[in-house]
Design a protein. Structure first.
Length: 308
């Protein structure tokens, strides 16, 4: 029920009267704020840009099956109504191409602050007596809670079964409060740090970053942040979709705990020696267009259309 309430977003049930005083030259919205954005867009004769960081009906398909069919139809409907759609994943871009003209679609890969997420700088000292694994993210989000369950209930028991826990330290940090039932603070096999002020410092202190997330949207930022700090990453297949092949050279893609264990053993044995080309990753990110570029283009298109 909690997930369903979150999805319906009762906080966005606003009266139209409260929107009448808003003046806008362009309106940006997401799937769940579309009804607000559409009203403001129509009132101001302003272009409406839909920002997509998930294929929402797929995201809720396994969590709230009862609503995913309705959400699929609604999502396809608003794709047709928006003047432009911006995606942050190539996987979403390809999916939406099936339903809207390509000229309405824009792809913006994530932007990472290279002055913050970089290989140079202070590294947190986790201790050099063990191989340091790291998981980080918003710990109250469903996709990360599922990842924590994978680490706690699948990966750690497998490491224990192979008598490797005395050689490995599992470190976890992130904002948001994880479910109490996971008992991360009490788990002797987990170094739970909670929220930290300088994520890059802790990433640089790790040997290998774990991203056992099966949701495709948004997770690329985490992968790129780790790589920009010079740290290799092991991910689930879903998380690797949309990452350029050149960058995938530094990403291990495994589908289960046995696969993650295989990668971890490479690091324990010292057989992984490839240095991450952070300069290439940084140049790839710098070449990307920005939302500002797209907004300017849409405004100019709308102006030309109105002048005719």
């Amino acid at each position: 029920m909690h997930n369903l309430v979150q999805l319906t977003r009762p906080d966005l049930l606003v009266k139209s009267d409260t929107l009448n005083d808003i003046t806008a030259y362009i309106v940006l919205c997401d799937t769940f704020t579309y009804h607000v954005g559409k009203y403001i867009s129509k009132k101001n004769n302003a272009p409406l840009i839909l920002i997509k960081h998930n294929i929402e009906w797929k995201y809720v398909q396994n969590q709230i099956p009862i609503v995913h069919t309705f959400l699929k139809h609604y999502e396809h409907y608003i794709l047709q109504k928006a003047d432009a759609i911006i995606t942050i994943s190539m996987n979403e871009y390809r999916y939406f191409m099936k339903y809207v003209p390509e000229e309405k679609l824009y792809y913006i890969p994530p932007i990472i602050d290279a002055t913050f997420f970089c290989p140079d700088g202070i590294s947190h000292d986790f201790g050099n007596d063990r191989l340091n694994l790291l998981f980080f993210g918003s710990l109250d989000r469903v996709m990360n809670i599922n990842a924590l369950k994978f680490i706690k209930n699948s990966l750690i028991p497998l490491l224990e079964k192979r008598n490797l826990l005395d050689k490995i330290r599992v470190n976890i940090f992130g904002h948001g409060t994880p479910p109490e039932y996971l008992k991360l603070k009490e788990d002797k096999n987990i170094n739970f740090l909670g929220s930290v002020d300088d994520p890059a410092r802790y990433i640089r202190g790790a040997d290998l970053v774990l991203v056992p997330v099966t949701n495709q949207g948004g997770v690329k930022i985490r992968i790129l942040e780790a790589l920009m700090c010079g740290k290799p990453v092991v991910v689930m297949p879903e998380a690797s979709i949309g990452i350029p092949n050149k960058i995938k050279e530094y990403v291990f893609i495994e589908k289960d705990a046995e696969g993650f264990l295989k990668v971890i053993k490479q690091f324990l044995e010292g057989s992984y020696v490839k240095k991450i080309d952070t300069d290439f990753i940084n140049s790839y990110l710098r070449e990307n267009i920005t939302v500002c570029n797209i907004v300017d283009e849409i405004i100019n298109k709308n102006k030309s259309k109105n002048d005719k």
